[in-house]
Design a protein around this ligand. Structure first.
Ligand code: 3HC
Length: 288
């Protein structure tokens, strides 16, 4: 099956970018659905901002930007969003019950041959798939932030994901201009977050233990390891709350050594979630 029509569920930090890539690079028709007009409008605003950046760089022309926007259909109704989609990509909040409810609903309305993928960063694909009657057509499709620029998609097999489903996701990922890796077993954190989250946690521990200031941790890693962004800045960029919930999952499902640093927990409790709340380790109130 060739994917021509995509539904993206959730217009947040990841969902808006996934919808944009599907419309811009894969040239698919895309329904972008969220639960409130405010969320949908915010997703479209972020897409517009990103397109402005591509326009400034002249990697997209005015005419192409118009065509991309014409292929994007913001909406609130779940049935309308998924009923004629070949691929549904879920990017709703990282709570297992929310995801299972969404998958059960989508399963009722989507075409029998449609593939349902989750952009979860850590939740079990097998558990999400078991909320549907088509676990062989459910797969993990993990994008990286910002999806418009990051080249990788991790494809995660659930216990019952079929080879055909994996092939379809590999092909549509290529159409989106991405490289893929296959995660053969459904394991917490998959590949990237299993390595990244402990590294970010160590970075906060250095600050928590008074060993170095956030700016110096970032300087050390950008200059010493050539990361494009230091780990403390990356934490702010991804969201401290998101990092905490992945660290907790790694600890609960893999080993106690993944225990989140107390400073991470404390900052999340204080509402210092990073870029999305305007403040984390850095002040983001004057940035986009
Ligand atoms: N859309 C379009 N263009 C964008 C963009 C967007 N959303 N965001 C940034 N850009 C462009 C900018 O316009 C700029 O273009 P220019 O070079 O022509 O001026 C260029 O990208 C660089 O942007 P900035 O100058 O604003 O900032 P940076 O140089 O720091 O680049 C970055 C931003 C690309 C995000 C870079 O810092 C980076 O790669 N950071 C690391 C990101 C990363 O590690 N992501 C993965 C996180 S893990 C994850 O997502 C998994 C999850 O499950 C936790």
């Amino acid at each position: 099956m060739e994917v021509k029509k995509v539904a993206v569920l959730g217009a947040g930090l990841m969902g808006h970018g996934i919808a944009q890539v599907a419309a811009q690079v894969a040239r698919c028709e895309v329904n972008l659905r969220d639960i409130s007009q405010e969320f949908v409008d915010n997703g479209m605003r972020m897409i517009n901002n990103s397109l402005q950046r591509f326009l400034r760089k002249q990697t997209v022309t005015e005419a192409e930007a118009k065509e991309i926007l014409a292929r994007l259909h913001p909406m609130l109704d779940l049935k309308e969003a998924v009923e004629d989609a070949d691929l549904i990509v879920e990017a709703v909040p990282e709570k297992v019950e929310i995801k299972r409810n969404v998958f059960a609903e989508v399963d009722k309305f989507a075409k029998p041959e449609a593939i349902i993928a989750s952009n979860t960063s850590s939740i079990s694909i097998t558990e999400i798939a078991s909320a549907t009657n088509r676990p062989e057509k459910v797969c993990g499709m993990h994008f990286f932030n910002p999806p418009q620029l990051m080249k990788l998609i991790e494809i995660i097999r659930g216990a019952k994901t079929s080879d055909e489903t994996v092939d379809i996701i590999v092909n549509v990922s290529k159409k989106m201009g991405k490289e893929t890796v296959i995660v053969k077993k459904d394991s917490p954190g998959f590949i990237v977050n299993r390595i990244l989250i402990p590294a970010l946690n160590e970075a906060i521990s250095l600050v928590h233990e008074g060993i170095a200031d956030p700016e110096d941790v970032d300087k050390a890693i950008t200059l010493g390891l050539n990361w494009p962004m230091g780990p403390i800045k990356l934490l702010d960029y991804l969201g401290l709350d998101t990092t905490l919930s992945i660290a907790e999952l790694l600890r609960d499902e893999l080993a106690p050594k993944y225990r989140p640093c107390p400073l991470l927990r404390q900052m999340v409790r204080a509402g210092l979630h990073g870029r999305k709340t305007g403040k984390g380790f850095y002040d983001w109130t004057r940035k986009e």
